[in-house]
Design a protein around this ligand. Structure first.
Ligand SMILES: Nc1ncnc2c1ncn2[C@@H]1O[C@H](COP(=O)(O)OP(=O)(O)O)[C@@H](O)[C@H]1O
Ligand SMILES: [Mg+2]
Length: 300
């Protein structure tokens, strides 16, 4: 069997906040073309992991490799330029600016001329600006079905649409790996289904590798090729979704030593119900509770 190199590899990643180790020797690989999902209870270290991989946090130990290159010490914008783009758990858009302008800001990290020059439409900057606009309009806006809101200020949009715009901005960076931190958190069922379809299409049709953090177990089970489970800053299990869902340590991490039959059922069916203990453990938060994600055949 031919061996394929991982597009992203983290090894021994350790991050401390004061005395607290948010990450403690985290290691896993993301294969090119895959949808890899990081799950784990609230406080497990998922967002810290994302921030460390994308360069917002500096680890005290360990290594991040992107396409074979050690990027552990590279500043965040340079990682983005290499092809590592991300969205945020809490939306980080310029709320007063239009959808289009927000998306263009994502693309600007790829341009030779800087944003201030191109704002003045001078020479090469102007040509780049026009190409940029055409590229964005033709591909991303169309793909994400946000044509009708391109001139709307972000602040006027629903939460689900804002999440979609954030994805558009990340895609405008033409990433090879797209990192999504809780892409469907706070979304209703319809928005969740739309986002699931976009993630699948970005992966399948555009060939973008996806690394995401997600709580919605239906989505995780339907979309993921590979699941990495974090608990207390450590990888406690990883593998195919089916392998992970039957791993006793994973079940324990979510529910302590209590009754796990309900969690098993939910993981198996991918259908979630808002119910006390599991919700408190961050398994199924917010608006997606009760809906879950249907099989992909229904989504597509
Ligand atoms: N900026 C920070 N300063 C101090 N502690 C933090 C910070 N960010 C996260 N932590 C701590 O690190 C741990 C992991 O948090 P986080 O990565 O947000 O988990 P998750 O995204 O899995 O819910 C938690 O104990 C959290 O309190
Ligand atoms: Mg988080």
């Amino acid at each position: 069997m031919a061996t394929v190199d991982p597009v992203l590899r983290v090894d021994g990643l350790t991050l401390a906040f004061g005395g607290v180790k948010a990450l403690n020797g985290v290691g896993f690989e993301v294969m090119p073309g895959s949808i890899t999902t990081v799950i784990g209870p609230n406080g497990a270290g998922k967002t810290s992991l994302f921030n460390t991989i994308s360069g917002f946090y500096r680890p005290v130990a360990g290594r991040v490799e992107f396409e074979g290159q050690d990027i552990t010490r590279l500043p965040a914008p340079q990682r983005a330029r290499l092809g590592l783009a991300r969205s945020f758990q809490n939306i980080a858009l310029f709320r007063g600016m239009s959808v289009l302008d927000n998306i263009k800001l994502g693309r600007h990290c790829q341009l030779k001329t800087n944003i201030f020059q191109s704002l003045f439409y001078l020479g090469a900057a102007r040509r780049e600006e026009m190409e940029l606009r055409a590229d964005i309009e033709a591909r991303i806006i169309d793909f994400l079905e946000i044509d009708h809101i391109r001139h709307a200020p972000v602040a006027s949009l629903s939460y689900g649409l804002q999440k979609r715009v954030e994805m558009a901005r990340a895609l405008a960076m033409q990433p090879r790996v797209l990192m999504l931190d809780e892409p469907v958190a706070g979304m209703n069922r319809e928005e969740t289904e739309d986002m699931a379809r976009f993630i699948l299409d970005v992966n399948a049709e555009w060939g973008v590798t996806v690394l995401m953090v997600e709580h919605d177990m239906g989505l995780v089970m339907d979309l993921s090729d590979h699941v990495v489970v974090l608990n207390f800053g450590q990888v406690i299990a990883q593998g195919k979704p089916q392998e992970v869902q039957s791993n006793p340590e994973v079940v324990r991490a979510y529910l302590g030593s209590g009754d796990v039959s309900e969690l098993r059922e939910r993981l198996r069916t991918g259908r979630a119900r808002a119910s006390g203990a599991a919700a408190d453990n961050g398994l199924q938060p917010g608006a997606s509770a009760g809906g879950g994600t249907p099989p992909l055949s229904e989504v597509a």
